[in-house]
Design a protein around this ligand. Structure first.
Ligand code: ADP
Ligand code: ADP
Length: 228
């Protein structure tokens, strides 16, 4: 089980106004939640606190029913996908996907690594591309490699920080479809930060609206965007 629960989460940088102010939100196992709001409202800060890259000033962060406030990022077993993919250009697709497994030194045999990478590649339709380098892939394929890296780790949840914001409109549309398909296939709990209303409407089970660090509204895309 990997529901994510935020309980009265506060983040203060220095003595300033809280960047995140008393945010409470229950994200169900397998749910896809979109986080929207103007620049500077605290979206990245919130995401970084979930992953463990930022300390929480007060409140409780629960993952799978366990309090993780004091757990290091690697103990939380979440996978973050950034807008620039962060692939290694000198490594093949296979080695890019295998990378997190090799990082956990001695924990996986060569056979296990091969099996896991192949399974992820099947799921993402990357099999024909395993021996290519990232430079020879389309933007959409690169995004899938980044997802593959998250999948081999069998992460309990995916966190996306504006993953499509650097792509042109056409590719963004394709990637929306891809991400939506992957989500249906994998059913992994996901928090997805975006500025893009179309992404929010097409991908999200629910949309959480943040303003000046305060959660204003949590609703289905239909309730939020199709109000009379
Ligand atoms: P975004 O585009 O996601 O809003 P920003 O460009 O605002 O990101 O911030 C980029 C980086 O700078 C982040 O790591 C953020 O934590 C940091 N940052 C933002 N505002 C401040 C600040 N007032 N003081 C120090 N670091 C900041
Ligand atoms: P968003 O991702 O919604 O653009 P951020 O989480 O980056 O918002 O920032 C929320 C607020 O916290 C902003 O006022 C920003 O300047 C501030 N902030 C972010 N990171 C830092 C930091 N490392 N140090 C100080 N202030 C920061």
């Amino acid at each position: 089980m990997s529901e994510i629960q935020l309980k009265n989460i506060v983040k203060k940088y220095g003595d300033g106004f809280p960047a995140v102010n008393d945010v409470s939100l229950d994200i169900r196992d397998g749910e896809f939640v979109i986080l929207v709001g103007p620049s500077g409202c605290g979206k990245s800060t919130l995401l970084r606190m979930v992953v463990g890259l930022e300390d929480i000033t007060s409140g409780d962060m629960m993952i799978g029913g366990k309090r993780v406030n004091d757990k290091a990022p690697r103990e939380r077993n979440l996978a973050m996908v950034f807008q620039n993919y962060a692939l290694y250009p000198h490594l093949t697709v296979f080695e890019n996907i295998a990378f997190p497994l090799r990082l956990a030194k001695g924990q996986h045999s060569e056979q296990e690594i091969t099996d896991k990478v192949n399974r992820a590649a099947d799921m993402l339709e990357l099999h024909e591309h395993l021996q290519r380098k990232p430079a020879n892939l389309s933007g959409g394929q690169r995004q899938r490699v980044a997802m593959g890296r998250a999948i081999v780790r069998q992460a309990d949840a995916f966190l996306f920080d504006e993953p499509l914001s650097n792509l042109d409109a056409k590719l963004r549309g394709q990637m929306r479809t891809e991400i939506s398909r992957m989500q249906r296939r994998l059913g992994v709990t996901t928090i997805y930060v975006t500025h893009d209303q179309t992404e929010a409407m097409t991908l999200g089970d629910r949309v959480a609206v943040l303003k000046k660090g305060v959660l204003q509204q949590v609703a289905s895309p239909r309730e939020l965007y199709e109000q009379p």
